[in-house]
Design a protein. Structure first.
Length: 203
């Protein structure tokens, strides 16, 4: 995975070449990623990252997301949804939420992302997902307005409900309260921006 080839960009977001994923995060090059948030009715669907992930293992995160390879367009990002969740959809099924640029630094890992963000109104229940175990350990639902109140500081914990696939393949129910510390620590303002954009599309 570290050898994947990604397009890289300068501070002005001009394309300047190609580098490996390892080099991108070591040198802090700007690069493109695909983010897809699922909603089901009044619920937001989140993934539980695998404990095998090098960055932010076992934390709740965007429903499906990943790097866009050098040979890919934004439209090709839907492969992440198929790979991680086993959900077939087309680019036309998605509602664009815009592009969010942000920087996250964790030790020597520098993540300068140009995130192409989308919303998908998912018609199927989460127990029909087929999870990519190397990437996704589980799937949960959270009421969207509880999620909003968590990130605007009105609540310290919210309930998530779903399941986790254990190492032996068994499915374990998740139904618990979680706080902000159980979510991937995206840069300041990311969750608030996403909430605002999703609200606009849910009207």
């Amino acid at each position: 995975m570290d050898t994947e080839q990604l397009k890289i960009f300068d501070q002005a977001k001009n394309e300047i070449g190609v580098a490996t994923r390892e080099e991108v995060h070591r040198k802090g090059y700007w690069h493109e990623v695909f983010h897809c948030w699922f909603v089901n009715g009044d619920n937001l669907i989140l993934q539980l990252r695998s404990e095998q992930k090098k960055e932010n293992p076992s934390l709740f995160d965007i429903t499906a997301a990943g790097h866009l390879l050098a040979v890919e367009t934004v439209e090709d990002g839907v492969r992440e949804v198929k790979e991680e969740l086993g959900v077939d959809l087309t680019f036309e099924d998605l509602k664009p939420l815009g592009i969010i640029d942000y920087c996250s630094i964790q030790g020597k890992y520098i993540d300068n992302e140009i995130a192409h963000v989308f919303l998908y109104k998912c018609p199927v229940e989460i127990d029909q997902f087929i999870l990519q175990k190397e990437e996704v350990a589980g799937i949960v639902k959270v009421h969207f307005y509880d999620f909003c109140e968590l990130w605007n500081g009105m609540k310290d914990a919210i309930r998530v409900a779903g399941y986790e696939i254990k190492a032996d393949g068994s499915k374990q129910v998740i139904n618990k309260l979680v706080g902000r510390g159980q979510f991937v620590p995206h840069p300041a303002g990311y969750y608030e921006t996403i909430i605002k954009k999703i609200k606009e599309k849910m009207k």
